[in-house]
Design a protein around this ligand. Structure first.
Ligand SMILES: C[S@@+](CC[C@H](N)C(=O)[O-])C[C@H]1O[C@@H](n2cnc3c(N)ncnc32)[C@H](O)[C@@H]1O
Length: 183
């Protein structure tokens, strides 16, 4: 099973019998994670991406009924707090570049850490944050290290699960699931 599928399974397990009011797909891309969050039953979803082509692809992918739930935001996730004012149950990041698109348009350490700070401020107690990281390309390696360093800033109310690829090499994708304890 691919780690992206593990991310879906872990998020689904976490939210079984839990409130699913608001979610953020911080890297909408082709819309697989947005579609997953919609199918899981979140009542409102913000989906961020810096690329118009990604948002158009995601819009096409989703069922028409999802349009009343999903709000697409053509902006960097580092500005999520300008768009989202209310506490959030779940935030998913799938870092990197669109496999089908311009590989130069990729997430990077500086804006990703800024976005994670925003996410930290928005996530409800009992909420979950999934981070799919790709250290196999240069920007992704720096970003993954910066994210691991950022974990040190999290308080005792956060737990971090690490999920490795089947054949873990330093360049293999890595998935983190962060949970914020109930207060
Ligand atoms: C690996 S893809 C995401 C895949 C997507 N979650 C899906 O299900 O198809 C990474 C996406 O991050 C987007 N991206 C890059 N920098 C970004 C930023 N600062 N804020 C939001 N999205 C960004 C890219 O445009 C790309 O679409």
């Amino acid at each position: 099973m691919a780690l992206t599928e593990d991310a879906h399974r872990l998020v689904q397990d976490h939210f079984t019998n839990k409130d699913k009011t608001l979610a953020i797909d911080a890297t909408c891309g082709n819309g697989y994670d947005t579609e997953f969050l919609y199918a899981l039953g979140f009542r409102k979803i913000y989906a961020f991406d810096v690329q118009k082509t990604a948002i158009s692809a995601a819009r096409k992918k989703l069922h028409a009924d999802a349009m009343s739930v999903v709000e697409f935001v053509l902006a960097g996730h580092e500005s999520m707090r300008e768009f989202v004012r209310e506490p959030v149950d779940c935030i998913m990041f799938n870092f990197g570049y669109l496999p089908t698109g311009d590989k130069n348009i990729t997430t990077n350490a500086e804006t990703s850490i800024s976005a994670l700070e925003g996410a930290k401020g928005l996530l409800k107690c009992g909420g979950a944050l999934s981070l799919m990281c790709y250290p196999g390309h240069p920007a992704g390696a720096l970003e993954t290290q910066a994210i691991k360093d950022w974990f040190l800033s999290l308080g005792d109310d956060w737990s971090i699960e690490t999920h490795l690829a089947k054949s873990p090499k330093p360049s293999a994708p890595i998935l983190f699931l962060l949970k914020r304890a109930n207060s």
